[in-house]
Design a protein around this ligand. Structure first.
Ligand code: ZN
Ligand code: ZN
Length: 250
C-alpha cells in the first residue's frame, strides 16, 4: 500500500499546506482519506485523474476534510467525459443524510447522472474493500467522526485519525501500526478541545506503539522544530512531519 499526503494543512488557506487529504494506492485501486479543498489539484500534480478515484474514506464533514467532493461530483458530470464507474464514499453514521442535503442544496447540479454513488455508513466495525480490511472507531472530535485502521493484503497497517483529541479509540486503531497519520493541530499552549498538540499526540502514539508516526494538520503557529523536540521526549518510534507530496510505501 502506497500512501501520499495530499494536504497537511487545515481550514486556513495556505500555498504550502493544502487542506486535509491522503491518497492510498493499493492493488490498482485509488482511494482517498478525506478530500478537503485543493485535493483534486493535488491529484493532478501526481498525474492522477479524478475519474479514477474508486473510494473516499471520510473522517468527518468539516469543510477542510470534504469540500472537494463538490467539484468532484460536478466534474463527474462533464458532458464530454461523464463518469461511468461507481464512486464509493465510506463515512460515519449520519453522512448519508448530510450528503443528500448537499445534493439538494445544489439543486441537481452535482447529482450523479451517469454513474452511481454508494454511501457506506460504517460505525464501529470492520469491512473489506477490494483487498483492504478497514476498521473504524468513533474518535474525539464530532459525533460523526471516525478514525480508520486499514490493513492491506500483505498485513501492512496504516491508521488515520482525521481530527481528534486524545482518545482510547485512536490508540487502538494505531496499535502496532506500520504507520499512524495523526493530527497535531496546535502548539501545546494553544491546544483546542477536539484537537491534539505535541504532548498528547506523543503520549497517544507511544501508547499505540505505532512504528512510524506522521503528524499532520498544522495550523500556522506550529513550529515543527519545537514539535520534534517535544514529541521525541515521549514517542520512541520513527517520527515524520507531514508535507504535501510526502510518500510512504508500506
Ligand atoms: Zn480539520
Ligand atoms: Zn474538524
Amino acid at each position: 500500500m502506497k500512501i501520499t499526503i495530499l494536504g497537511s494543512g487545515t481550514m486556513v488557506p495556505s500555498l504550502e499546506r493544502n487542506s486535509s487529504g491522503i491518497l492510498i494506492q493499493n492493488a490498482g485501486k485509488i482511494s482517498l482519506v478525506d478530500c478537503g479543498y485543493g485535493t483534486l489539484h493535488q491529484l493532478l500534480r501526481l498525474k492522477i485523474n479524478y475519474q479514477d478515484i474508486d473510494r473516499i474514506y471520510i473522517t468527518h464533514n468539516h469543510p477542510d476534510h470534504i469540500y472537494d467532493l463538490i467539484p468532484l461530483l460536478f466534474a463527474c458530470r462533464y458532458p464530454l467525459a461523464p463518469r461511468e464507474k461507481k464512486l464509493e464514499i465510506v463515512a460515519g453514521p449520519g453522512f448519508k443524510k448530510f450528503f443528500d442535503r448537499l445534493l439538494k442544496t445544489y439543486n441537481g447540479w452535482v447529482t450523479p447522472k451517469t454513474y452511481a454513488v454508494e454511501i457506506i455508513e460504517q460505525d464501529e466495525e470492520t469491512r473489506e474493500y477490494e483487498g483492504l480490511t478497514v476498521t473504524t472507531k468513533k474518535v474525539n472530535h464530532l459525533p460523526i467522526s471516525r478514525g480508520y485502521r486499514i490493513i492491506d493484503e500483505q498485513g501492512k497497517v496504516a491508521a488515520f485519525s482525521g481530527d481528534t483529541d486524545t482518545c482510547d479509540a485512536m490508540i487502538e486503531l494505531g496499535k502496532n501500526a506500520d504507520l499512524m497519520i495523526l493530527e497535531c493541530a496546535t502548539p501545546d499552549e494553544l491546544k483546542i478541545d477536539g484537537h491534539l498538540s505535541p504532548t498528547p499526540a506523543a503520549q497517544l502514539a507511544q501508547k499505540s506503539q505505532c512504528k512510524k508516526l506522521c503528524l499532520t494538520h498544522f495550523y500556522p503557529p506550529c513550529d515543527l522544530t519545537e514539535f520534534r523536540n517535544i514529541v521525541a521526549r515521549t514517542y520512541t518510534g520513527e517520527l515524520f512531519f507531514a508535507e504535501d507530496g510526502m510518500e510512504f510505501q508500506l
